[in-house]
Design a protein. Sequence first.
Length: 143
Amino acid sequence: MPRQSAGLLLYRRQGGRIEVFLVHPGGPFWARKDVGAWSIPKGEAAPSEDLLEAAFRELAEETGTRLSDVTPVPLSPIRQAGGKTVHAWAVEADLDADAIVSNTFTMEWPRGSGRMREFPEVDRAAWFDLDEARRRINPAQVA
């Protein structure tokens, strides 16, 4: 079965315009990348996991935020270059991008050093207007 990710595209109305919430991946590979590196909060779903539940779980893991009393609107799935399908829902919500608390992962760094280091899965988050979001987001997720 092809890999599937699920995520939430948070949006808010600010000063008469729409802004979307994106996260920047943590870890050394992404440290110096910006344009084209951001993403919606998302992650891989287990084969038997409900995709919408996975999307809410991933938001909580990557930001420390649990949403309730929101109405998710399904968006068309997209297929990324590596073959993974991303399922997303739009949700109107507001949260403090500067107050996120992400889970972490461990990897050998520097590669080949034998030292294991811990990194946040998401190292920052921000609200962007639609034009800036299109510039910052991973090109596969623009749709």
